[in-house]
Design a protein. Sequence first.
Length: 388
Amino acid sequence: MDIRFFNTFNHAAAILDHLLPEINSRGVKSVAYISQSKYRKTNRGDDHIEFFEKASLTGISKSRKRLNQVVYAISASLKILFSPAQFHIFFTQPPLYPIIGAWLSRVRGVPYAIHIMDHYPGLVGALGYLDMDGWLYKLLDRKMDKALKKAEFVVVLGSCMEKMVVDKGVDPQKVKIVINAPKVKDEPLTVDYFAKIGLSDKFTIIYAGNMGVAHEFRSILAVSARLEKTHPDIHFIMLGKGHRKKEVQAFYDEHKPKNMTMVGYLENEEFTAIMKQTDVHLITLRDNFNGLMVPSKLYSSLALGKPVIFEGPQQNEVTDVLTTYDAGVRVGHLDDEALEQSILEYYADANKVKAQGLNAKRYFEERGKASAFIDDYAAYIIRESSLS
């Protein structure tokens, strides 16, 4: 048995760095077919490079993300047609490619599975790029549903995504939840980033990660403006990039808040330091994106033992984890009063911050360690692919 994974950018699916060595160590040949491009600029090297095969055609488009995805799709399709493996697993990058990859695999008689990181075309519909009542969206949605239903198994990131695919007709027995591998480790600090930016004496809230359209910032910006007047020792850190960063940057440029720091890309040591030194982490998700994606930054926060404030849907994986383990609090979308109250409660109660931080760490120790869920996922893949 040999298994080939398809995913445009390795670093967009960091789980492969853990999964491929584990599957190969069990005597099953497993490689990932990826592009030569990086998901984002980083000094990070390729881990376990011997398990990754880079599409040669993508060398002509390394610096242009969209073009790179198109070239990768062509290259991957040729790979499936003329040099298929015995089992294929498609991640959802490039967007919508599992529709093509699944169809080509069926043409070649190769069983396959789909690992959903983000659901397409649902995500592009929620973003407004496609009319969800239009013929093109409905066609793509039907094709994706067919690809999912005919897969040997479907991997999702959480319970809300599981419900979404089951509602679309996928056999519940073929759906497996596998969380995203945390991208940070709770290790001793090698740099004091707070001292560097003068925040050592502040109570801090951080939003760290993609500032994309699926995430909400109006509430936190409104709260920060009010608390600047009443609690100047509460400080907000906005770290990341994305389509909606311009909204945050415009607020920062106009109001020049003294209680907010804008941070761009950080390398691993500094990123871990700022995440670890911050008191409380913020995660947001707009309601209409529920089930289409799962904010994977949750697991990094839990790994570092940080309480989380989640502004997002009630029926969501993040809400379930925070509630079950008492590792944070959930507030409704655009409920800035509840968000402000939650921040002030943490600010006034150091014991609550500590206790929920310990609970977050307990979740990670019990369910979030890569060594545990990677072992289970590797065994599952080998078993299910062998049955095909």
